[in-house]
Design a binder for this molecule. Structure first.
Ligand SMILES: [Zn+2]
Ligand SMILES: [Zn+2]
Length: 391
């Protein structure tokens, strides 16, 4: 197995563009790749562009009539069929939508194939993580669900146990739905409580289908306002035990950066430093429980200058085994690029000044009156017994 990680990148993923008034600005991808290059991480990894996902791959998750509707909207955006979620406020149709979406999906599928075949231990597609797309509908800025497609491809290649860990601020509803009845896939999502955030699902009681699939979905619904300590506490109180018990053959993780306190669309208060800590934890968990096989994806993130590029550059550095030090001063070449593209100055360091983030471990006890601990307990009680673990 090559010691070098794989970085999936094709400049054309920046054509995934819902227009200038939409929060998902593709400049976030261009600026991330720029920062990755400024740190020389593109030389520490093999940078590869995979082919777009073809119809037979898309069909692993998506319905034929939906793919046809995306193609039609892609050719004639004015004719988009809203019954498929296309041409809506969240998912406006744009020319070339099918091609850009299939290209992003292809990068995640290519990452999964390379990791499964042992061509690389770790592969990153920060353009991916479009976790809201449903088998038959666009949703929440997501057209094709590259995360589901990567998992489905792993199953097609013979994987019997795949773990999906989603730390985006929004519930990973599309991936959960795709594998609801499949005991081979354990989906774990940590997100802001559905009471206060789209897509209003991801309650702890959502624990998967019937029979062997019971307990294959895990949801941690965090109170709005949860910060670094609470977020890390919840992650460590739930994820490591589940992965240790499940022994996945591959870990697929989704690293939406919209948990950040500066993100305009949600209400958690997580710093870049805690995001980096969770990225490191996922890397360590992949080595501890999945033979090192790790596919890491991006996701949401709407503070596109100060947050997303730094968060995902840390992710790339960790997957490259060349982590960027939090206190590192960001190269001025990148800040020049930021100014040229956005007329903003850009951040100066790779930290929010909160490193190292303290971990208050669940094993040291919990407070039944604390709202965060209540949400952790709700998850553990709902699903741990189904997986043969003590709540
Ligand atoms: Zn590693
Ligand atoms: Zn999100």
């Amino acid at each position: 197995m090559s010691g070098r990680g794989l970085l999936m990148w094709d400049e054309a993923v920046t054509k995934y563009d819902f227009g200038s008034s939409h929060p998902m600005d593709p400049v976030r991808l261009a600026l991330t790749m720029g920062l990755v290059r400024a740190y020389g991480l593109d030389r520490a990894m093999d940078v590869v562009a995979a082919r777009p996902a073809g119809d037979s791959t898309l069909r692993l998750v998506h319905r034929e009539d939906y793919v046809a509707a995306v193609r039609a909207a892609s050719e004639d955006p004015a004719s988009a069929d809203q019954s498929y979620g296309l041409g809506t406020v969240d998912d406006p149709a744009f020319a070339g939508m099918h091609e850009a979406s299939a290209l992003i999906a292809g990068q995640s599928v290519g990452a999964a194939e390379a990791v499964w075949r042992g061509e690389a231990a770790h592969a990153v597609n920060f353009a991916g993580g479009l976790h809201h797309a449903m088998p038959g509908a666009a949703s929440g800025f997501c057209i094709y669900n590259d995360a589901s497609l990567a998992v489905a491809r792993l199953l097609e290649l013979g994987a019997e146990r795949v773990a999906y860990v989603d730390v985006d601020v929004h519930h990973g509803d599309g991936v959960q739905a795709a594998f609801w009845d499949d005991p081979r896939v354990l989906t774990i999502s940590l997100h802001e409580h559905p009471r206060t955030l789209f897509p209003q699902t991801g309650w702890p009681e959502e624990t998967g289908g019937t029979g062997a699939a019971e307990g294959s979905a895990v949801n941690v619904a965090l109170p709005a306002g949860t910060g670094d300590e609470g977020w890390l506490r919840a992650f460590h109180a739930v994820v490591p035990e589940l992965l240790a018990g499940f022994r996945p053959q591959v870990l697929v993780s989704q690293h939406g950066a919209d948990t950040h306190f500066e993100d305009p669309l949600a209400h958690l208060a997580v710093s870049l430093d805690a995001q980096r800590a969770v990225q490191e934890a996922c890397h360590e968990l992949a080595h501890a429980h999945a033979d090192g096989k790790w596919v890491a994806l991006g996701g949401g993130g709407y503070e596109v200058v100060y947050v997303v590029p730094r968060s995902w550059t840390h992710l790339v550095g960790i997957a490259a085994h060349q982590p960027v030090a939090p206190e590192s001063v960001i190269p001025s070449t990148w800040r020049d690029e930021v100014y040229a593209r956005t007329r903003q100055l850009g951040p100066a360091r790779m930290t929010d000044g909160r490193w190292p983030v303290r971990l208050r471990s669940w094993e040291d006890g919990y407070d039944p009156a604390d709202r965060l601990d209540q949400s952790i307990l709700a998850t553990r009680r709902a699903v741990f017994p189904l997986r043969g673990l003590l709540a």
